[in-house]
Design a binder for this molecule. Structure first.
Ligand code: ZN
Length: 201
């Protein structure tokens, strides 16, 4: 983290606090500009400095005893920042794919989702970027990426419409084969996350 950047952002946060009618010098806010600056230049923008291809460690599917089956990875945490309001949205990603010779290590999905999430995002683009990256990197026969997330920008503003957004990208064989797609979606909806449980009921 470059010190000059931290100081500059710290100054801007102090200015921001003044503009919304706060006193940046009061006890509770004294450390806030520095803390916010470090957070934004650190973990919240980490995705800009990370190359997702470093997480693309694949195995040959035959070694894992998989040939044509659907592989489902559920409940991958999604923590991102909405680029329209600079407020968090969070939820889960669920991925189904039909490998064509290669599979990806289980934990790598979370790292890949996180790399794209730790940038300013809109959920639709995040879903598409993860799908495009996995489709290109794994070259599976089919792929579904589904993200279900809660948007705090809608929550804190008391917006009437839903705070939840579900986005889905479908590639390859899942586009053509409706029964296979339905089968995969049924597996994805077995998620443990509260939100998807509600959809099911
Ligand atoms: Zn927003």
């Amino acid at each position: 983290m470059v010190d000059g950047k931290v100081r500059k952002l710290e100054e801007l946060v102090r200015e921001f606090l003044l503009l919304i009618g706060e006193d940046p010098n009061r006890e509770g806010l004294k450390e806030t500009p520095a803390r916010v600056a470090r957070m934004w230049l650190g973990e919240l923008s980490a995705g800009y400095r990370e190359d997702p291809t470093t997480h693309l460690k694949t195995f040959t599917a035959t070694n894992a005893g998989l040939k044509n089956g659907v592989v489902v990875v559920r409940d991958i945490p999604v923590r991102s920042i909405c680029e329209h309001h600079l407020l968090p949205f969070f939820g889960y990603a669920h991925i189904a794919y039909v490998p064509d010779g290669v599979i990806l290590g289980f934990s790598k999905f979370a790292r890949i989702v996180d790399t794209f999430a730790k940038r300013l995002q809109v959920q639709e683009r995040l879903t598409r970027q993860v799908a495009d990256f996995l489709y290109e990197g794994l070259k599976p026969r089919g792929l579904i990426v589904l993200i279900d997330a809660m948007h705090t920008c809608a929550l804190v503003r008391g917006v009437e419409e839903s705070m939840y957004l579900t986005t889905m990208e479908v590639r390859g064989i899942f586009k053509e084969d409706e029964s296979l797609r339905r089968e995969a979606l049924a597996l994805l909806l077995q998620s443990n996350t509260m939100r998807l449980k509600h959809i099911q009921e």
